[in-house]
Design a binder for this molecule. Structure first.
Ligand code: AMP
Ligand code: MG
Length: 422
């Protein structure tokens, strides 16, 4: 991994424009100065689920460990059949999974074998039972037996000493099973990321209190709670912080001391940014971007002390869109995931007409469905960036790229599927 750049270095690039930052550029920029957090723990393998391997797992054994049969049938040597096409071989014993024959098979002999049973010495092939006829212990085989057929060789899947799982791999059920199959009882994983977050705004009320005129309930801390928990982060919710410079300064200081990452919402739009900007310039190295996207235009990103900082917009949908477009990848990198998972884009027929001006990327909330084998998508309706229901109803983002203008009903669009991401 190359050494991350500093923000000052990275922002000197020719095409760096904080007032109109393309989505892809912002994403690339963020990636240039992130590296996995230090800190590794050795844990029993069940506890590695959802964590990221901090070490290569080298196989201590051959997989499979022994030469074995892929079929139920008879193990034999092809030579014996080649000599006489009509030959009947004498069944001299059996090999079950876990109970091998244990002796060498001689000329003219065969062994009854079952899937996973060790192929005995002297045998080189297995004929499946459907291609053989048994007359007592005398077995005849259909013609066309190939040497080595239906045999799994020791180390064929994985050789002892080879890397079974690389550092950077997220542990999912398949990895758990693979670790177990190697007899590995514990593994080194990166420690969980500690993410501290708070909401900013004088209008925000926490649930449990009644709303006075002009006040709203704080929902961003709940979506953040959900998104971060799903990503396996250790979270610290600092509540609501008023739009007061002294309180905000204290909150930023406290958060950056305890978190690997600090995430805030609100306070980065034009009216409020200046004041947060001054504060963050004092405390760290932070850039304010107007990203060429909708929703989620203003975004602050940088470092406060050692902590990575994401200042998300205040609108609830913008929080979720900016999280999934920028913060998620950043957290994955900090968690040690390598390579980053690709985010698949699906082509779908858009059944809604969408008004859009070229020049920025839009993430409309959509419902993807199958209609007689064809992927189709419609918008969830009203797309205001305060309408959280549009996120709740959605199973995808309709991603309308920078250059795209109005979309006619029936046009093909790119869709980011949320299933498996959210
Ligand atoms: P701001 O970016 O602070 O100007 O906020 C933009 C819009 O999002 C305003 O309408 C805010 O009331 C709303 N908003 C900000 N923070 C939250 C929050 N935590 N929960 C719900 N709405 C919010
Ligand atoms: Mg605000």
């Amino acid at each position: 991994m190359t050494k991350p750049l500093s923000i000052a270095e990275a922002s000197c690039a020719d095409d760096y424009d904080p007032n109109s930052m393309p989505v892809a550029k912002a994403r690339e920029f963020i990636h240039t100065f992130l590296a996995p957090v230090a800190g590794v723990a050795r844990v029993p393998i069940r506890d590695t689920l959802g964590r990221v391997l901090a070490e290569d797992i080298v196989s201590p054994v051959n997989v499979p460990a022994h030469i074995n049969s892929a079929m139920d049938g008879w193990a034999l040597r092809v030579e014996d059949l080649a000599a006489n096409a009509d030959a009947a071989l004498a069944e001299v014993g059996s090999s079950f999974a876990g109970v091998p024959y244990g002796k060498t098979v001689g000329p003219g002999e065969c062994v009854r074998i079952f899937t996973g049973g060790v192929v005995p010495d002297g045998c080189d092939s297995v004929v499946m039972q459907e291609r053989a006829t048994a007359d007592g212990k005398s077995i005849r085989f259909a013609p066309g037996v190939r040497k080595g057929q239906n045999v799994r060789y020791a180390g064929e899947d994985l050789k002892a000493g080879a890397v079974a799982l690389p550092r950077g791999r997220l542990v999912r059920p398949a990895e758990l099973g693979l670790l177990a199959s190697l007899g590995v009882g514990e593994a080194g994983v990166y420690r969980p990321l500690r993410v501290v977050f708070f909401s900013t705004g004088d209008e925000l009320v926490s649930i449990g209190s009644p709303l006075a005129e002009g006040q709203i309930y704080d929902s961003n801390r709940y979506t953040l709670h959900g998104m971060l928990t799903r990503m396996g982060c250790e979270i610290i919710d600092m509540g609501v912080v008023r739009d007061d410079p002294a309180l905000l300064e204290q909150a930023f200081r406290d958060a950056s001391e305890i978190g690997d990452v600090v995430i805030t919402s609100g306070g980065v739009s034009v009216g409020e940014a200046d004041f947060v900007k001054q504060l963050l310039q004092k405390l760290g190295e932070v850039v304010f971007w107007k990203i060429a996207m909708k929703p989620g235009r203003p975004l602050a990103y940088g470092k406060i002390g050692k902590a990575h900082f994401f200042g998300l917009p205040g609108n609830p949908v913008s929080v979720m869109v900016t999280f999934y477009q920028f913060v998620r990848d950043a957290l994955l990198i900090l968690q040690g995931v390598n390579p980053l998972p690709v985010q698949p884009l699906l082509k779908a027929v858009c059944t809604s007409a969408i008004k859009k001006a070229p020049g920025r990327t839009e993430f409309q909330r959509g419902v993807l469905y199958l209609d007689e084998g064809v992927f189709k998508v419609r918008t969830t309706g009203e797309q205001g960036s305060g309408i959280l229901k549009s996120m709740s109803d959605a199973n995808c983002f309709i991603m309308l790229h920078d250059h795209v203008g109005n979309v006619d009903a029936g046009a093909t669009v790119d869709v980011q599927v949320l299933e498996g991401v959210i």
